[in-house]
Write a protein that binds this ligand. Structure first.
Ligand code: C2E
Ligand code: MG
Ligand code: MG
Length: 585
């Protein structure tokens, strides 16, 4: 159909034509006329062949006019349709007239008398073989608005108004498609995670947290170029799409800017706070990636940036996925391990230099994995901490170490003063049940409290000093000795250190190992020893691997030592052999 077929001038409508009629026909007509005048929808009919259009009063009212204000002419209709929608409407009409479609259903905007655009849903059908069409129009503006709102809600974060994850992935997909088609510059996807956001929420309240997020949103938005997208993809997580970067440096440069901008102090809830964040960066290659993969890669890199803490951002490389995958597999297996009792303990001797005798064994957990064999703790303790499995695992370690030491003390009376040292993780230290569990472990196994040492790392001790001090005092009251592990690797506040009821500092092996060659290390060991003297504590040197190191430590009057020079960690049987025939150093 050409446009000419619908460009008619008006006249009397098909239903309005006069003529003879039987009473029933008249009744029918009356009813039709009532409908015509009173229907909620606007009605229309149009004899296309004769070019006669009729519009009901309601039809005219929908666009703001009285019955006589608009002539019944098709051009009056068409000129009110939004230019962007007119083509589509005419095409639908054409399909109906040509018999290609059984009915007309079209949505378009029409200009209201007040100058606003109204969304109109238009229905129509063809009657008989003649080019007679009739139908209705409905004002669906309100519906459209709600639809729009739903659409906005489905794709946007209500707090910041930013696109959400779904919309971000959608835009990323469009950019990737464009990159693939036109070979444009690579895209950079950045994943930003605010550090310690929950502390703002906890200490200043949720409203303050919201304020912070809005402020951060505004600051990052100010750094974006046209075409870039910032989205909120989680509570304190943002994703940024840089739609085309010249090279990696441009992306890392942007990350630096974000970091610098976050560091500027901001005021929320009347308090000055400093935000900081970790970023992961992933670049697209020829647009071949799936958007989800790119975002996940950026997330993986962000996690690594957060973990190592050396730089605020990290660039994704495929090896990281391997690491993340590996970690996920181990995590799944670790749940099983806890249920199936796949842990065991190895024991590393700690020597008392003053007597040359075995003073204690440090209990070190191992995981007997059904497929992978024996796994060392550096590979799974942090996973256990992240998942909370550290609590059941740590409790098992504690009980098993106490049980074993009690059994050894009974079996080897000559070694009945040897102790066992158990490592506690930060999560265990925070656990309100800890003291009761230690007490129960001692009571149930019958180990004397002087047979148990507990090792807590310097960093976990200094994290929640007030709570930790109370816990340590309660443990000390049970008669247990407390050691600070990996001393020198964290940041101790001397004031706190002095007030903790600690018996012993374990100098981290990174200072002991090689102290005979490196004056800097020897100096640190000397300083720790001097500090321990002042505080009335003893010292264990970890990681002694050579006789030279041992001699130096002895001459510095260090009290205890442990390391491969004496023995690597031993399985239960080999440890028992030490107790049976105690060596003397
Ligand atoms: P840590 O408590 O500092 O334990 C000492 C680690 O140093 C042990 O590694 C030990 O095998 C290693 N080591 C001992 N002597 C030497 C030496 O001369 N040279 C070198 N290079 N290394 C030496 P391991 O058994 O792999 O344990 C690593 C860490 O895992 C432990 O460090 C501890 O932080 C943690 N861990 C081990 N068992 C447990 C546990 O039951 N619970 C908790 N929470 N953490 C544990
Ligand atoms: Mg330890
Ligand atoms: Mg240590």
């Amino acid at each position: 159909m050409g446009d000419s077929s619908i460009e008619t001038t008006g006249g009397a409508g098909a239903f309005g034509a006069g003529g003879d009629s039987t009473p029933t026909e008249r009744e029918l007509r009356d009813r039709l006329e009532t409908t015509w005048a009173g229907a909620r929808d606007g009605l229309w009919d149009w004899d296309v062949a004769a070019d006669l259009l009729r519009l009901s009063p309601r039809w005219k009212e929908i666009v703001g006019y009285g019955p006589d204000e608009i002539p019944d002419r098709s051009e009056e209709w068409f000129r009110r349709v939004h230019p962007r929608d007119l083509d589509e409407f005419k095409r639908s009409l054409d399909a109906l007239l040509a018999g290609r479609s059984p009915e007309l259903r079209s949505e378009f905007r029409m200009l209201h008398k007040d100058g606003s655009w109204r969304w109109i849903l238009c229905h129509g059908s063809k009657h008989g073989g003649r080019e007679l069409v009739a139908g209705s129009i409905t004002d669906v503006t309100g519906l459209k608005q709600r639809e729009n709102e739903v659409l906005i809600a489905a794709f946007h974060d209500p707090l910041t108004g930013l696109p959400n994850r779904r919309l971000f992935l959608d835009r990323l997909q469009s950019s990737l498609t464009r990159q693939q088609a036109r070979g444009t510059r690579p895209l950079a996807v950045l994943h930003l995670d605010l550090d310690r956001f929950h502390t703002v929420n906890d200490s200043l309240g949720v409203d303050a947290g919201d304020e912070l997020l809005v402020e951060v949103t505004q600051r990052i938005t100010s750094l974006l170029r046209l075409g870039d997208t910032l989205a909120r993809v989680g509570g304190d997580k943002f994703a940024i799409l840089l739609d085309g970067v010249a090279n990696l440096e441009e992306a890392t440069g942007f990350a630096d800017e974000v970091v610098a901008m976050l560091r500027r102090p901001l005021r929320v809830a009347g308090t000055e706070v400093f935000a900081s964040g970790s970023l992961g960066i992933a670049l697209s290659h020829e647009g071949e990636e799936r958007p989800e993969d790119l975002l996940r890669n950026a997330l993986t890199a962000m996690h690594l940036a957060k973990e190592d803490g050396a730089t605020p951002w990290e660039v994704f490389d495929p090896g990281m996925n391997e690491e993340a995958r590996e970690r996920m597999l181990l995590e799944t297996d670790l749940y099983q391990a806890t249920k199936n009792g796949e842990f065991l303990l190895h024991y590393q001797p700690i020597i008392d230099f003053r007597t040359g005798e075995l003073a204690a064994f440090e209990a070190l957990v191992r995981w007997q994995h059904p497929d992978r064999g024996l796994i060392r703790p550096d590979l799974f303790v942090s996973i256990a901490e992240d998942t909370g499995l550290i609590l059941p695992m740590g409790n098992w370690v504690l009980r098993e170490a106490c049980r074993q030491m009690r059994e050894w003390r009974d079996r080897y009376p000559a070694s009945s003063n040897v102790r066992v040292a158990v490592n506690l993780s930060a999560r265990q230290l925070e656990d309100t049940d800890l003291v009761a569990e230690v007490e129960a472990a001692l009571a149930d196994t019958g180990l004397d409290p002087d047979g148990l040492d507990l090792e807590v790392t310097e960093s976990s001790l200094m994290a929640r000093t007030r709570e930790n001090k109370a816990t340590l005092h309660a443990l000390r009251d049970l008669g247990i000795k407390l050691h600070i592990d990996d001393f020198g690797t964290g940041y101790s506040s001397l004031a706190h250190l002095q007030s903790f009821p600690v018996d012993c500092l374990k100098v981290d092996r990174s200072f002991v190992n090689g102290m005979e060659f490196e004056e800097g290390k020897a100096e640190i060991v000397r300083t720790v020893l001097a500090l321990a003297r002042t505080l009335g504590m003893e010292v264990v040197a970890e990681g002694i691997e050579t006789e030279a190191a041992l001699e130096m430590l002895r001459s510095l009057e260090c009290e205890h030592g442990q390391g491969y020079f004496f023995s690597s960690p031993l399985d239960g049987e080999s440890a028992a052999a030490w107790l049976d025939r105690p060596p003397r150093w």
